[in-house]
Write a protein that binds this ligand. Structure first.
Ligand SMILES: NC(=O)c1ccc[n+]([C@@H]2O[C@H](COP(=O)([O-])OP(=O)(O)OC[C@H]3O[C@@H](n4cnc5c(N)ncnc54)[C@H](OP(=O)(O)O)[C@@H]3O)[C@@H](O)[C@H]2O)c1
Length: 186
């Protein structure tokens, strides 16, 4: 196993890493990085939206994954599985996100990620690439999420996602799905 570090907002770093792996196949490009909500940013109202961090949300949650995808696209196309999985969120769904005036920056940036990937999904078939957007479920990755009833333990969520990714086929290209493979509403 090889581990690399990458800040998905660092264009030069993305380019350098992609160059290092140029010509090497990447079976699965899993875009997981995100700037999630914090207790300070989770509960908001219009008057309290912090626009000084809004740009960071979009940079990490939408633009970064798209730029990483652009940089590694040929490596994915050169692989056997040819998979791109963008870890999205129900927060990026108009229908499924919590119907409250909270998480403004997070919700908007995940919706932007979905639209970027949705648009790309009309191009991926040309290279035989399968692209999906995946809502992992509510997972206990921080103390706030641990208090949410029904939240999954991280190993459980990861197990579901790995099993789901194993079963992806080209027919799934462009889908937004949950961790059981059920279609999520946009
Ligand atoms: N947990 C949930 O209930 C839930 C629900 C729906 C969707 N999701 C999505 O699932 C994914 C994982 O969520 P999580 O709960 O594990 O989130 P998390 O605990 O906040 O972890 C986010 C990860 O993203 C990395 N990251 C942040 N900024 C980055 C950057 N600029 N460049 C590269 N990496 C960066 C962080 O690295 P560092 O630790 O080094 O900062 C961390 O490993 C995210 O896309 C999230 O939106 C989670």
């Amino acid at each position: 196993m090889v581990l690399e570090t990458l800040d998905v907002t660092d264009s030069a770093g993305i380019g350098a890493l992609a160059l290092k792996y140029r010509g090497k196949p990447v079976d699965l490009l899993l875009l997981n990085a995100a700037q999630g909500p914090t207790p300070q940013t989770a509960v908001l109202s219009l008057a309290k939206i912090d626009f000084t961090t809004a740009g960071d949300s979009f940079a990490v949650n939408a633009i970064g994954p798209m730029q990483v995808t652009q940089a590694f696209y040929d490596s994915v196309a050169a692989s056997g599985r040819k998979l791109i999985v963008a870890i999205s969120s129900d927060s990026g769904s108009l229908e499924a996100s919590v119907k409250k005036p909270i998480l403004y920056n997070y919700k908007a940036s995940k919706a932007a990620l979905n639209m970027y990937m949705h648009t790309l999904s009309f191009e991926t078939p040309r290279k035989g690439i399968t692209l999906v957007m995946l809502h992992p479920g509510t997972v206990k990755t921080n103390p706030g999420l641990m208090r949410i009833p029904g939240a999954l333990e991280t190993p459980d969520a990861v197990g579901r996602i790995v099993a789901l990714i194993d079963k992806l086929t080209p027919a799934d290209n462009g889908r937004f799905m949950d961790n059981r493979g059920e279609t999520m509403p946009w």
